[in-house]
Design a protein around this ligand. Structure first.
Ligand SMILES: [Zn+2]
Length: 339
């Protein structure tokens, strides 16, 4: 089975690549694209591959971008090594809450100068929803009057998190979760993971190739997940005081808290399935006995309520509600099981 498209070294996403390839073939590259889809599915990777193709000089005419990156020309190698002077990546700094206006202003001063080596000046804005309102408004200026050579590639999990004025000026490319068989095959063929482990990781990845690669390359990812789920499974049986202690610990690092909330969301979706006797559809395949046991006590309505509560908490965090407060509210929402 062919798991990546010729030259485009990414698993799946045939539809998005097809669209980009046609754009390149017609030489109708636009000034701004927005790649949307769930976290860790490959949005940033695809943005980088598109940037690489735009800068690639390995096609039949070195002056024209080919339909796929050659991966061998000097421009391609520079992109792959992260040192092409005409590719700029903007992301939220780890110690900051937002992408700041200074970062967007730096983009604007870079975009108004001539390209150093390539045909284009490319800016990738990762998780663009992290821009605060000043930064987003500042970016609009670039979108309204783009320099001829500039291409902006934004990624975002949910387009609803961006200003409508930004949305109306970008071409939207939606990307989707992969199937677990795509992930399993890729792990076996490209990462040389043993079939049993590949099957487990593919199931747990729930469509997110980026997560699957992390789990295949770093055993701590699976161990951490297991530890988090074991804590989660105990929560309905512990006191409020203990729940608040856990909330306090988790909310110290908001980036990590988001990852944990994703895990919780999968867990409670599994609980809904388990309560509806669809245990075989659950993602957390290795935790099915506990899911089954708890679902019998919790029931569908309560499990569904928890899914909504977790989604609400995630939304609140996107709107920068205090993380600890949000998590404490969620802890109070948790059903109680007396063993
Ligand atoms: Zn190339």
């Amino acid at each position: 089975m062919e798991i990546t498209q010729a030259g485009w070294n990414i698993v799946g996403h045939e539809h998005a690549i097809d669209l980009l390839r046609r754009t390149l073939a017609a030489q109708q590259v636009r000034h701004a694209y927005l790649l949307t889809g769930p976290g860790q599915i490959g949005k940033t990777l695809l943005a980088r591959l598109f940037a690489q193709t735009l800068l690639c000089t390995g096609g039949p005419d070195p002056q024209v971008s080919p339909q796929m990156p050659c991966n061998t020309c000097l421009a391609c190698r520079k992109v792959l090594h992260g040192n092409h002077p005409d590719l700029h990546i903007i992301r939220k700094a780890a110690d900051k809450q937002f992408i700041l206006i200074e970062q967007v202003r730096a983009l604007q001063s870079d975009s108004s100068r001539k390209t150093l080596e390539g045909r284009r000046n490319i800016f990738i804005i990762e998780n663009a929803e992290a821009m605060n309102i000043q930064a987003a408004n500042c970016l609009l200026k670039t979108l309204e009057e783009p320099e001829a050579e500039v291409v902006l590639l934004l990624t975002v999990s949910d387009p609803g998190l961006l200003l409508p004025t930004i949305l109306s000026r970008v071409q939207h490319i939606s990307m989707h979760l992969l199937t677990s068989s795509q992930i399993k095959t890729a792990l076996e063929q490209q990462w040389e993971v043993e079939p049993d482990e590949a099957a487990l990781i593919a199931a747990l990845a729930a469509g997110r190739m980026g997560w699957a690669i992390q789990a295949a390359e770093d055993e701590d990812v699976l161990l951490e997940r297991k530890a988090q789920l074991e804590t989660l499974a105990k929560l309905p049986g512990v006191s409020k005081v203990q729940r608040f202690e856990i909330a306090q610990k988790l909310s110290v690092d908001t980036d990590k808290m988001r990852i944990v909330l994703e895990l919780w969301l999968l867990w409670w979706r599994d609980m809904v399935l388990a309560a509806n006797t669809c245990l075989d559809l659950t993602v957390n395949v290795d935790m099915r006995p506990i899911l089954k046991q708890q679902a019998a006590k919790i029931g569908t309505a309560e499990a569904e309520r928890m899914v909504r509560a977790i989604l609400g908490t995630m939304e609140a965090m996107d709107q920068n509600v205090n993380a600890r407060t949000a998590l404490e509210v969620l802890m109070l929402d948790l059903p109680t099981i007396h063993s």
